[in-house]
Design a protein around this ligand. Structure first.
Ligand SMILES: Nc1nc2c(c(=O)[nH]1)N[C@H]1C(S)=C(S)[C@@H](COP(=O)(O)OP(=O)(O)OC[C@H]3O[C@@H](n4cnc5c(N)ncnc54)[C@H](O)[C@@H]3O)O[C@H]1N2
Ligand code: MOO
Ligand SMILES: [Mg+2]
Length: 415
């Protein structure tokens, strides 16, 4: 008799998975190695930004009150007494209608309080005239206008992206405290599997799941240990899984999780004494996705079917690894979009359809069965259709999860 499995809703499955995450420690990395890592402490402003009042334009620094009364009919003249570029400080004090020629980024001279852009002047040798009055602080980039001293600019748990790198550099973080990364193993199970470089022979296919998952991890900045291929032999597979689980924080297997005669992952989990969090999710593809925990380590039993495998990674593995790294934004960013074509197939389970999203409209990325490969390659998003009996029409608004976005969302929006 085939085993009857009880499907649980996707949201519940996600919750169960992230509930098991064991926090990894922290480590220091150099700033140039910090991209894509998770900050373990907030970035607090060590000084104001900018650190001094400065000129945002190429022009002249003046004392604004000496420009009062300037107009087209009454041009006021200023005499230039010094000349500075960014990186230099003028030691001169202005008096009356004196000005300092100043370039963008240079600090405002001591008693100047306004900047006149070159375009606002008529220049002669060592002097210029203006035709409008300037107010105090006009055209001045003020100290702290971007960031106040001691302000928490970025909270801990955020991903370090190029903007974060710029901020860290601004405050002089040559070393950055980030969370350690999980050691993740990948094992592709299936007697039918060949290596990428192998020639096709009858009944066999090349392993596409292993390299795909390695790339999904790489997209998160995580390296992996590859355990290669394992034929569907219970004892042998058990030994490899046991060893791989010992050597990693998280082992991702693909294939062998369903109810087939050669689907041995359920038996392997049992032999390991692993706690099964679930072995059926009310979703398509990936309904047979199984997640277990043994010795505080994750065992992700992703389906062998490529689209199911891909989806299982994005929905479950990704947030779990991010949670282990102390990240706050665990989930694929959610949006809604207009369905660009009919999708009439009814859904007994929540359906995740690999799709092409152009920022407004979204369309399924072609052949969309669980065993499809092309749609994974073509898609940049997942359409999420709720369970129910009706199909969906072109023009309907649908839920969308975005793929490949650097930083995730703190909220899970799918039931
Ligand atoms: N009687 C039932 N049969 C099946 C059920 C079920 O509920 N009752 N579930 C179906 C669903 S849904 C899926 S999905 C698959 C899941 O199967 P497994 O996770 O056990 O995976 P395999 O049987 O090992 O392989 C499935 C399919 O994927 C191909 N595959 C496997 N590994 C790779 C790889 N590394 N690269 C590329 N392709 C791979 C494999 O050759 C099979 O074609 O079970 C259904 N059956
Ligand atoms: O797990 Mo299967 O992918 O639902 O089709
Ligand atoms: Mg199977």
């Amino acid at each position: 008799m085939v085993e009857q499995r009880k499907p649980i809703p996707v949201a519940e499955a996600v919750k169960k998975v992230i509930g098991q995450a064991q926090l990894l420690g922290t480590e220091m990395v150099s700033l140039d190695q910090s991209y894509n890592r998770i900050l373990t402490e907030p970035i607090i402003a060590k000084h104001p930004v900018p650190p001094f009042d400065r000129s945002p334009y190429d022009g002249f620094a003046i004392i604004s009150k000496y420009s009062i009364g300037a107009s087209g009919d009454n041009r006021i003249k200023f005499t230039v007494i010094d000349h500075i570029g960014a990186g230099s400080v003028s030691e001169k004090l202005l008096s009356g209608n004196e000005a300092i020629r100043i370039m963008t980024g240079a600090p405002l001279p001591k008693n100047a309080d306004a900047i006149v852009m070159f375009e606002q002047t008529v220049e002669s040798k060592d002097s210029f005239t203006i035709r409008k009055p300037f107010t105090p602080l006009e055209n001045v980039s003020q100290k702290g206008e971007d960031i106040k001293q001691s302000e928490t600019v970025i909270e801990r748990g955020n991903l370090i992206h190029p903007g974060t790198v710029a901020l860290l550099a601004t405050f002089g973080y040559a070393q950055v405290c980030v969370s350690k990364q999980p050691i993740v193993g990948i094992l592709s199970t299936g007697t039918e599997l060949l290596d990428v470089a192998d020639k096709l022979v009858p009944g066999k296919i090349r392993n596409s799941n292993g390299p795909m998952i390695a790339a999904q991890l790489a997209r998160m900045g995580i390296l992996c240990k590859t355990y290669g291929l394992s034929a569907d032999k219970l004892d042998k597979s058990f030994e490899i899984v046991k060893k791989a689980a010992e050597e990693t924080d998280c082992l991702i297997t693909t294939g062998g999780v369903s109810v087939g005669d050669f689907d041995f992952l359920p038996a392997i989990y049992e032999r390991l004494g692993a706690q099964i969090l679930f072995n059926k999710v009310a979703m398509r593809p990936g309904s047979v996705t199984t997640v277990a925990v043994a010795d505080n380590k994750y065992l992700f039993g992703l389906s062998g079917n490529p689209s199911a495998c891909f989806t299982g990674f994005e929905l479950f593995v990704r947030p779990a690894l991010l949670k282990m790294m102390g990240a706050e934004k665990l989930y694929l960013p959610h949006t809604t979009a207009i369905l660009g074509e009919d999708f009439t197939k009814a859904n007994p389970f929540t359906r995740f359809i690999r799709a092409v999203y152009d920022g407004h409209t979204i369309k399924p990325a072609g052949f969309n069965k669980s065993n499809a490969v092309a749609s994974i390659a073509k898609g940049n998003a997942l359409i999420v259709l709720p369970d129910g009996t009706r199909g969906f029409k072109s023009g309907d608004t649908v839920d969308v999860l975005l793929l490949g976005v650097e930083e995730g969302s703190a909220l899970w929006k799918i039931e």
